[in-house]
Design a protein around this ligand. Structure first.
Ligand SMILES: Cc1cc2nc3c(=O)[nH]c(=O)nc-3n(C[C@H](O)[C@H](O)[C@H](O)COP(=O)(O)OP(=O)(O)OC[C@H]3O[C@@H](n4cnc5c(N)ncnc54)[C@H](O)[C@@H]3O)c2cc1C
Length: 331
């Protein structure tokens, strides 16, 4: 049952930032993540600060030659359907389109998606895991099919956001407001490990209001691919997002990011390094170098008890991404 809560509609960003400093106040965007967590007693709050009235100022999507700006309160469906996001930042549009169901994409915001916490069955079903005061991560001792291949700290949960995987591949920055003013940082630098006092993966400063995402000038190519346990409407078992720029005949700024493998979007730096600066012809003989490339894709990842299947899925996604890149460059 939802506990008794105070509810307040926010009129301005300044008001949101001032009120968020108070104990027990939480921002409410689409409510898809927050309300079930409150109902299940997995998080608590005294007052919900409804951000809906800020949608006009914080819900815009804009793409220019200098880059893209996506307001924090843009719905996932608005991002997925936006013509300029589809053509310039394809990976982001694909990731948003493959997130959840149409109803959830209409209601859920980009900020709420990025700030969601883990979907670990032990945590969500209140088994008293490490994040809930237990001694250890129950997945590390038990069923880890949906858990990490790389862990930092005790909790083995993975960060579930698909759009984040694409945004890290696109080199996005997050913008927020707090009592000290307006701030911006690369999205990939804001991740930390989930701990009992703060189970979040994305460590936006407590009480800060995310205002938007900034994207650098569009890459030549980007893609987001995802494997789900069932055909639709669910989280990634694993995902892969990649982007690259073509400079003459050379691949530049190659970014390859894996989802579903760690508490953060995971940069596959070994695979990036093999492609960085390579001539596009390398893609024509990709079959020969694929074994080496896919080994470097998985560098640093270690299967647990029952999640080794993810490694083969990731190799499959990588092969698809390379085929997609070849197609995009007409090779
Ligand atoms: C059945 C189901 C399937 C799903 N499938 C997927 C999937 O395939 N891929 C995927 O990536 N996600 C998936 N999701 C997650 C879903 O996309 C998110 O729950 C949703 O986007 C949350 O957005 P919201 O606006 O409702 O957030 P809310 O629930 O309103 O907020 C979530 C959190 O963010 C905070 N917050 C919200 N806005 C701001 C802001 N501007 N500044 C600071 N803090 C803020 C809130 O305080 C809260 O802590 C799924 C969810 C469900 C229920």
């Amino acid at each position: 049952m939802l506990p008794t809560l105070q509810y307040r509609r926010i009129a301005t960003v300044d008001e949101a930032v001032a009120l968020a400093k108070e104990e027990g106040h939480r921002f409410l965007a689409g409510g898809i993540e927050l309300l079930p967590l409150l109902k299940e007693g997995l998080q608590d709050a005294e007052t919900l600060l409804d951000l809906a009235p800020l949608k006009a100022s914080l819900g815009q999507v804009e793409v220019t030659r200098e880059g893209g700006r996506v307001g924090a309160l843009a719905s996932l469906q608005e991002v997925a359907r936006h013509p300029a996001i589809k053509s310039h930042y394809r990976a982001l549009a694909q990731a948003c389109r493959l997130t959840a169901s149409l109803q959830i994409r209409q209601q859920g915001t980009l900020a709420g998606n990025l700030l969601q916490i883990n979907r670990c069955e032990y945590f969500r079903n209140n088994y008293g895991c490490y994040l809930q005061g237990g001694d250890t991560c129950l997945a590390s001792q038990g069923d880890d099919r949906h858990h990490a291949l790389w862990t930092e700290g005790t909790c083995h949960s993975v960060y579930p956001s698909d759009p984040a995987t694409a945004l890290v591949a696109l080199g996005a920055k997050v913008r927020w407001r707090d009592a000290e003013g307006e701030k911006e940082a690369p999205l990939e630098e804001l991740f930390g490990r989930p701990v009992p006092e703060d189970p979040r993966h994305l460590k936006l400063p407590q009480g800060a209001l995310m205002t938007g995402i900034h994207l650098p000038p569009a890459p030549t190519w980007s893609v987001f691919l995802k494997v789900m346990e069932r055909g639709t409407w669910t989280f990634s078992a694993v995902s892969l997002a990649a982007s690259a720029r073509l400079e003459g005949d050379l691949l530049r700024d190659v970014r390859i990011v894996l989802g579903g493998v760690a508490a953060r979007p995971w940069r596959a730096e070994g695979a990036e390094a093999l492609l960085e600066g390579a001539e596009v012809e390398v893609l024509e003989g990709v079959g020969e170098i694929f074994p080496e490339m896919s080994r470097s894709l998985l560098e640093g990842l270690r299967p647990g008890r029952e999640n080794g299947y993810k490694l083969a899925l990731l190799q499959g996604l990588f092969a698809k991404a390379l085929a997609d890149l070849r197609g995009a460059l007409g090779r």
